[in-house]
Design a protein around this ligand. Structure first.
Ligand code: C5P
Length: 205
């Protein structure tokens, strides 16, 4: 059983995916972390983000168990991840890694941008989780303040819009709702309501 969850940054798809995995007894992979881990390794080595051969090599040796979300969640790494995500060869390597993870029983919840369109076009169920840019920026700003970080709503909003634009306009595996994905717009929902809606969608499938 594969549950494919796609959507833009700060839509709530990460939290929903984790909770769905626990609820249905499946494994979970945040595929954004795989792009972030490669970006972080390039940044740490001072290598150019456009170097596809090096990024493929890093991806080839990536150990999913070693990915530390708390380290990889920085804004700088997110930006760099979205820049390297346009590289076709790198995407191919990471998609293989993601499929190897998901194919182990009993199945998995994968979240990202291209899960329902490229990684698992035959997923058991697909959700496209979104919310207005304003709602997402508000949530992201509140999250950062709760962690004691400095956050400015206007610049968070600008960043999100820029990232959405880059992720949806690229030629390789752009972020888009698969034709057979169920749209879950969480703009007016709290996380509990969104989770119940997602459980209903998956249970029906
Ligand atoms: O979801 P997250 O913000 O961690 O993803 C970081 C970046 O990685 C995204 O902006 C996107 O460019 C890229 N990504 C992708 N395909 C995925 C997951 C993430 O291109 N399946």
């Amino acid at each position: 059983m594969i549950i494919a969850i796609d959507g833009p940054a700060a839509s709530g798809k990460g939290t929903l995916s984790r909770r769905l995995a626990t609820h249905f007894g499946l494994r979970h992979l945040d595929t954004g972390l795989t792009y972030r881990a490669v970006a972080a390794a390039l940044l740490a080595k001072g290598l150019p983000l456009g170097d596809e051969a090096v990024s493929v090599e890093i991806a080839h040796n990536l150990d999913l168990a070693q990915m530390d979300k708390s380290v990889l969640s920085s804004h700088e790494i997110g930006e760099a991840a979205s820049r390297i995500a346009v590289l076709g060869g790198l995407r191919q390597e990471l998609v293989e890694l993601q499929r190897r993870f998901a194919e182990k029983p009993p199945g998995a919840v994968l979240d990202g941008r291209d899960i329902g369109t490229v990684v698992y076009p035959n997923a058991t169920v697909k959700l496209f989780v979104t919310a207005s840019a304003q709602a997402r920026a508000r949530r992201r700003t509140d999250e950062m303040i709760a962690k004691g970080q400095e956050a400015n709503y206007a610049s968070v909003l600008e960043d999100l819009k820029r990232r959405d634009e880059r992720d949806s306009q690229r030629t390789v595996a752009p972020m888009k709702q698969a034709e057979d994905a169920v749209l879950l717009d969480t703009t007016e929902m709290d996380i509990e309501t969104a989770f119940q809606a997602a459980v209903d969608i998956v249970s029906r499938a």
